[in-house]
Design a protein around this ligand. Structure first.
Ligand SMILES: [Zn+2]
Length: 389
């Protein structure tokens, strides 16, 4: 068999080697006091422009004519509010959080640690690599020759997760203690975050759109998360990911780069759609706010560069690119703006904002520069088609 170079369209941002770190400012995490000394509350005014089609699924199917496409098809629906397509606040928050996790020493967040995958002697039916199947116990190998590929459990070894173990707010102690930077800012199970978005609404008209089909939006395969070994014996054998490569980041994939048999029609926002949203923050430190702005991918420092902001489904095939523009940043000032009806937000100048980003980049316990660097570098690479198909 001739060696074949496989296509490449993603890589991994390395996890912080020292494990997850502490949140910079435990006192800032709760909501019981606002605007403590040195803390900021306000919002960012953002416009988003789709630089590729955007699809955020609603989980329902719709008729193509109902979503402004040619008649007679059934399409995967897009999130809507009062009939208008939107990018939901939760999707924006999830996207920002995953970027923030990559550029700070944060935990893995909610991750999948178990899956079942098909394996077969026939490489086209197999999800697992042939090399691994050859090492399986003989009874499993026999089953792999059958017509219907059997399934095997794939799990991440507990020791592979431990240094970046998802945070859980303490029930006994102060719920804030022991949280990583991302959980402290975006929230964790049972603990509200200090940042949230509004749904992004379309500004003006949606550019006209044809039909769009992509390959099914399958779940990423867990076995690709790192090097594999077989664990257990006989029929009880499981595949173990013994080490995590990091957090997945996609190359600069354009729609059409990845050869796919497109058979899933989608409702989507076409390239050129403009949207508006607000990103609210409450009781954050200047360095945290700088980190949030950095996580939008829109700033660079002397040694760190921008990266794209992406939301929704179809990222592996080139969907979901948003160009983010910061229109303004406003702060609430006073003792308690949430009770004062006349609280006026005060606009902040560029220089101050740049200062916050620099405060983040300089803060060695909060900013994970290697992660930021890798994210900028990986997302700049072009899709590499495989040789010979
Ligand atoms: Zn965490």
């Amino acid at each position: 068999m001739s060696p074949r170079k496989s296509p490449e369209w993603y890589d991994f941002v390395p996890l912080p080697p020292g494990g997850k770190g502490p949140a910079p400012d435990p006192e800032g995490v709760t909501h019981d006091r606002y605007l403590q000394e040195g803390h900021l509350t306000g919002y960012l005014e953002l416009t988003l422009e789709a630089v590729s089609p955007i699809h955020v699924g609603s989980g329902v199917v719709e008729l193509s004519e109902d979503v402004g496409q040619v008649e007679g098809k059934v399409v995967k629906g897009m999130a809507r509010v009062r009939g208008q397509p939107v990018i939901p606040a939760t999707s924006l928050k999830g996207a920002l959080r995953s970027r923030y996790e990559m550029i700070t020493p944060s935990c893995l967040g909610p991750i999948r640690t178990r899956a079942v995958e098909r394996y077969s002697d026939n490489p086209r039916r197999s999800e697992l690599p042939r090399k691994l199947i050859r090492q399986m116990p003989s009874e499993l190998q026999r089953r792999a020759k059958g017509r219907y590929p059997p399934r095997i459990t794939v799990e991440v070894a507990p020791e592979a997760i431990r240094p970046w173990q998802p945070c859980r707010p303490s029930k006994k102690k102060d719920p804030r203690s022991g949280l990583c930077p991302a959980c402290a800012l975006f929230g964790a199970e049972g603990l509200q975050g200090r940042v949230w978005f509004d749904d992004a609404r379309v500004i003006g008209k949606i550019p006209s759109r044809g039909s769009l089909r992509i390959a099914s939006l399958y779940q990423p395969r867990l076995h690709r998360a790192g090097p594999l070994t077989l664990h257990g014996w006989g029929r009880r054998t499981v595949v173990r990911v013994r080490e995590l490569k990091g957090r997945k980041a996609y190359y600069r994939v354009q729609l059409g780069d990845v050869p796919t048999k497109g058979n899933v029609p989608l409702d989507y926002l076409p390239r050129g759609t403009r949207l508006r949203t607000r990103l609210h923050f409450r009781n954050v430190t200047p360095a945290e706010l700088g980190g949030l702005i950095a996580a939008l991918g829109i700033v660079k420092t002397r040694d760190l560069d921008r990266f794209p902001f992406r939301v929704g489904g179809g990222k592996p095939v080139g969907l979901g690119y948003l160009e983010v523009t910061l229109r303004g940043l406003y702060l609430f000032e006073g003792d308690d703006p949430w009770l004062a009806f006349d609280a006026q937000p005060r606009p902040v100048d560029r220089e101050t904002i740049t200062g916050w980003v620099e405060a983040f980049a300089r803060n060695e316990t909060l900013c994970y520069k290697e992660g930021w660097r890798a994210l900028s570098e990986i997302t700049r690479r072009d899709y590499q088609p495989g040789e010979g198909g």
